[in-house]
Ligand binder design. Sequence first.
Ligand SMILES: NC(=O)c1ccc[n+]([C@@H]2O[C@H](COP(=O)([O-])OP(=O)(O)OC[C@H]3O[C@@H](n4cnc5c(N)ncnc54)[C@H](O)[C@@H]3O)[C@@H](O)[C@H]2O)c1
Length: 372
Amino acid sequence: MIIGVPKELKQDEYRVAMTPAGVRELTSAGHVVRVEQGAGEGSSIPDSEYVATGAKIIPDADEVWAGSDMVLKVKEPVEEEYRRLSLRSGQVLFTYLHLAASRECTDALVAAGNVAIAYETVRLPDSSLPLLTPMSEVAGRMAPIVASHHLMRPGGGRGSLVCGVPGVEAAKIVILGAGVAGMAAATLAVGLHASVYVLDKNLERLRQVDHHFRGALETIASSAHAIEEQCADADIVIGAVLVVGARAPRLVSDDLVARMRPGSVLVDISVDQGGCFESTRPTTHSDPTYMVHGSVFYCVSNMPGAVPHSSTYALANATLPYTLELADRGWQDAVRLDRSLAEGVNVVRGKVTCEPVADANGLAYTPLADLL
Ligand SMILES: NC(=O)c1ccc[n+]([C@@H]2O[C@H](COP(=O)([O-])OP(=O)(O)OC[C@H]3O[C@@H](n4cnc5c(N)ncnc54)[C@H](O)[C@@H]3O)[C@@H](O)[C@H]2O)c1
């Protein structure tokens, strides 16, 4: 199979869909990988590294799309790319799509008549989302790092060193949610020698956290009362909750923030689901924070965008096994054999095969089985 990797065009997107290691795996299996010139630059991967593992560098984006059986991307196609979707019939597009949020992109894929497989709807039998997990891990691990920076005076915070010093207490970090992002945040927070408190509604989850950290942090059953009690004297609060398919619950009111220490820092990782603090509003890496009642709010909705090199490798490590399945077997056999991958199929030859996407856009739903 011929696989194309174009450069991402979305604003502030520096990731790329494949690493040189992925190129090597695919070319060793007999496939051809065509990478657009400069596609890896934003992730600090020069063309020469792709060439060294067997890729062909293609100077022109149209040529990448027109000459590939499967196109691998990171983000959904942007308007400029819509006309490229129909340059090659029967093409498979494998990328993050988030079609429930974009009628325009859904229409473009329906009109193109190709096969669109979305990273974010690939789902394992335990309901986890293996191609979203790496980005929650990145955002979770970043949260205590950015919060520690903003806790310092030049970062707008109260001027505390997160780990303390001999004779001076360490910062108190409260983490709301003990899922993928919350666990990743806890790992870093413990590593920074902070005093760490993790809250979740799911007691089984808290048992696992307790077992994993063996006394290095406190676990607390989440309730409005517990959140108020823990946040009131926290230096850092990290919001990492998720209720699947719903807006994030508002857990930290403005009134509570007003009672927190001036200069405390609140990082809302859940901002992309509406945020779990009352005054959360999305911010960008170029202007990441704002003040609420004397506390610093950091609410960047694409945290992994700050570390494209790490994010590219984390994402590509997770997507590569599925890419290999698709390339080795062709999409139809691959999804017949792998139900998780089948859940990723969103659009096939003009039909929407993902029910939530069809519902969200008011379009007809066609079960994938009818088209295989
Ligand atoms: N800002 C970014 O750049 C970025 C990047 C990646 C992920 N995210 C977001 O981070 C959030 C967390 O993702 P995840 O993968 O860790 O989800 P997850 O499903 O693994 O974990 C969510 C946890 O929240 C807990 N929870 C739900 N309601 C709660 C409540 N009221 N009190 C306490 N805990 C509660 C759940 O029990 C679960 O353990 C999501 O909204 C995701 O979209 C943001």
